[in-house]
Design a protein around this ligand. Structure first.
Ligand code: XMP
Length: 220
């Protein structure tokens, strides 16, 4: 779906537009995809997505974990599409009908499903269902899934379920304990990394060193 060079999807979870652009100016060339989350977009507005895409020419991923009724889900998807966003994350528990309707309105962007959250309690409710969410993404012919990079054995099983066609993005790398390159070695396409990069003294140098650690795993 996206060209892979570093294997890094940068989570631009900065507090405001200026600090986000200040870090992105340093690292955007070194990462494959730029990911946004709610806090920054709630503060600055959805225009930031389109602005980022124009400024850096990188794919933009909206990690909004959409989980509402179809009419609302689809408005969020459409707003993202107007901004030129490349993919939006949804929760699978919205159900087949909601996903079918989301797919109908998603003309130009890809839809991803969460399999299980990386946080310590993330498995509490997802544990009995995460395989079903991976299967659902296949059945619904979505673009990809998220899988927890701090649990490489789960990433491996998700890859077995979704095959080669779907993209796997893995969070939980670095700050949440996952090793650089560990999720890609287990079958992920991109590793989502935020805090380890934007909290470093030199984000540019940090991203360089992460790239070096991931590189040996890229073509395995
Ligand atoms: P850090 O700072 O932990 O940033 O490198 C990770 C980014 O990914 C998001 N995140 C998740 N996204 N499933 C997801 O789809 C998860 O389990 C998950 N855990 C963290 C997080 O919000 C941040 O943007």
């Amino acid at each position: 779906m996206w060209d892979r060079d570093s294997g890094i999807m940068f989570a631009a979870d900065l507090p405001d537009r200026d600090s986000a652009f200040s870090i992105l100016d340093e690292v955007a060339d070194q990462v494959d995809v730029i990911k946004f989350n709610y806090p920054l977009i709630l503060r600055e507005g959805i225009n930031l997505l389109g602005e980022t895409k124009k400024r850096y020419g990188r794919p933009v991923f909206a990690d909004f974990k959409v989980a509402d009724v179809p009419v609302t889900n689809n408005r969020i998807i459409k707003l993202c599409e107007e901004e030129g966003v490349d993919a939006v994350m949804l929760h699978g528990f919205i159900g087949v009908e909601a996903l079918r309707r989301a797919k109908k309105v998603a003309d130009k962007l890809g839809l991803f499903l969460v399999t299980q959250l990386t946080s310590p309690g993330g498995a509490d409710f997802f544990e009995p269902h995460w395989k079903k969410f991976a299967e659902l993404a296949v059945v619904m012919e979505l673009e990809g899934v998220q899988a927890p990079g701090n649990r490489p054995q789960v990433v491996k099983q998700v890859r077995e379920i979704v095959g080669d066609e779907l993209v796997i993005v893995s969070c939980g790398i670095g700050a949440q304990g996952g090793k650089y390159g560990g999720a890609i070695a287990a079958g992920a396409d991109f590793e989502i990394i935020g805090r380890d990069i934007y909290r470093a003294d030199s984000p540019g140098d940090k991203v360089e060193s992460i790239r070096r650690e991931i590189k040996p795993h890229l073509n395995n």
